[in-house]
Design a protein around this ligand. Structure first.
Ligand SMILES: Cc1cc2nc3c(=O)[nH]c(=O)nc-3n(C[C@H](O)[C@H](O)[C@H](O)COP(=O)(O)OP(=O)(O)OC[C@H]3O[C@@H](n4cnc5c(N)ncnc54)[C@H](O)[C@@H]3O)c2cc1C
Length: 455
């Protein structure tokens, strides 16, 4: 799934590209644009300092962020040295298959039988390391404290720059290409209207999800990590991530009104009802770093179907959460942004694109489809989920439930599932004949008692 990155394949077109938003999608898009443009500017409304701490423009930064392996590998290609710097700053390396206690359908999946490295760090640290590496490029300018308010339009309806305001007033930034990486609050649909074009079709899958996160003190050397996925009959779950500065981030979440409360006792009681007592035990045994309990409400996964629009306005392209934002319990957003950045690279390398948007949306639709079908599609396991249901979802969900149950005793199945979840393999890998057979074959009565890798 991870396209190779080869900057020599991109022909320079000269000029200036501008990216709005210096978060994960914006930084990676800017890196790729440097191969095609003389200068690249990123503007962000937040004042970006060098400290890795949560900021206003990325409120989700307080909560657990899993960096899926495909995302980390894509980031490493685009920002060589990223992983080593992340580890040097305190990121914790684990093996997804063997070290992370992953619960699905109320029981732990069997340990996988091949190596699957993954790095846990706080979201602000991941972004800070990326920002430092991308910022090191001499032809890149990062303007922080700059709120982009409007597009600059040419007489013939192309986007030829943006207007941004800071403490000193409004300023125009001319650009041949503007990339919108402003996340869920993206104004590209509104700008399209200003240009007299239809807004893109939007798909929304309502999950009414609430996250609550606490930070616990972590004894040095204790690298326990957990992921407790909800099931159709228990719409709550949790994640436990060992991160830098000897902390655990513990996120508890609930869907469709089963929301975790904000007080520590209530949170502990919520955790006690999970499919495993381990998360509640961790809360009992380890003191909090601060008394704060952060909250994030995520009403719905949302996808703008730019890939279905007949033609995009000249000079404007959206990327990352601006295109699609997924139920975060599946941990896909940063990986999708990184894979999209590699797709933008391939788009720029493929032809002398003066207008890469349509080709980019067509090429990246598969990445978004795969993530969307797993996340938004998977959410239709919960009867209260509403929205447009991808075709074949109910059948696939029943199959995945069965796969999870089998993967509780079959390390090879667990391994296949984890590689798909980590976006290293496409979801079609779950439907290969050998995998389907492992899922549907009749279970021998003694199977549970046998080795986890030899059912
Ligand atoms: C609660 C929660 C948990 C999540 N957990 C995970 C996880 O475990 N793993 C994972 O991979 N993903 C996770 N995600 C998703 C992940 O945070 C995003 O997918 C990722 O940050 C990429 O988003 P982005 O760069 O497109 O936009 P964002 O991260 O939302 O950044 C948008 C940027 O644009 C800037 N901006 C906005 N408007 C303007 C403007 N007008 N002018 C200038 N600048 C502007 C903002 O300041 C910000 O820097 C989670 C999301 C949520 C909500």
């Amino acid at each position: 799934m991870i396209a190779p990155y080869d900057p020599d394949r991109v022909r320079r077109r000269g000029g200036h590209a501008l990216v709005i938003g210096a978060s994960v999608a914006g930084l990676l898009a800017a890196r790729v644009l440097l191969d095609a443009f003389e200068r690249v500017t990123i503007l962000d409304r937040d004042v970006l300092d060098t400290a890795a701490r949560p900021r206003r423009g990325v409120p989700q930064g307080q909560h657990l962020h899993v960096l899926l392996t495909a995302g980390q590998l894509a980031m490493e290609q685009l920002a060589p040295g990223f992983t080593a710097e992340l580890v040097a700053a305190g990121a914790v390396r684990v093996d997804l298959g063997r070290d992370v206690e992953l619960y699905a359908e109320r029981s732990r999946l069997a340990p996988g039988n091949s190596e699957l490295p993954m790095y846990y760090a706080s979201r602000p640290l991941i972004e800070d390391v990326l920002r430092r590496r991308v910022r090191a490029h001499a032809r890149l300018t990062l303007g922080s404290g700059q709120q982009v308010t409007d597009p600059v339009l040419s007489d013939d309806g192309a986007v030829v720059g943006v207007v941004a305001v800071d403490g000193g007033g409004a300023r125009r930034f001319p650009a041949e290409l503007v990339v919108d990486a402003t996340g869920r609050g993206s104004r590209t649909p509104t700008w399209l209207e200003q240009l007299g074009q239809p807004r893109p079709e939007v798909e929304r899958v309502e999950v009414d999800l609430v996250y609550r996160t606490v930070q616990l003190r972590r004894p040095a050397g204790d690298r326990r990590a957990m992921l407790v996925m909800p099931s159709a009959d228990l719409g709550r779950g949790a994640g436990v991530a060992p991160v830098e500065n000897e902390r655990w981030l513990v996120t508890l979440f609930g869907l469709h009104g089963d929301h975790p409360p904000g007080d520590p006792e209530g949170l502990r009681a919520f955790a006690a009802e999970l499919a495993t007592p381990e998360v509640a035990r961790l809360l009992d045994d380890h003191p909090p770093v601060t008394p704060d309990v952060s909250r994030y409400r995520f009403p719905a996964s949302r996808r703008h179907r730019y890939d279905r629009s007949t033609s995009s306005p000249r000079g404007l392209l959206a990327i990352g959460d601006s295109i699609a934002s997924f139920n975060p319990i599946y941990g896909q957003g940063m990986a999708v942004a990184a894979l999209q950045a590699l797709t933008l690279h391939r788009t720029l390398a493929a032809a002398d694109h003066r207008e890469p948007a349509d080709d980019f949306y067509a090429r990246s639709a598969t990445i978004v489809d795969d993530a969307w079908n797993l996340a938004a599609g998977g959410d239709f396991r919960f009867p209260a989920t509403t929205g447009p249901k991808p075709r074949g979802t109910d059948l696939l969900n029943r199959y995945v439930v069965r796969l999870h149950r089998r993967a509780q005793v079959d390390g090879e199945l667990a391994d296949t599932f984890m590689r798909v979840a980590a976006m290293l393999r496409r979801p079609t890998a779950l439907l290969r004949p050998a995998t389907v057979w492992r899922v549907i074959r009749p279970r021998r009565p003694s199977a549970r008692a046998r080795s986890v890798t030899d059912p």
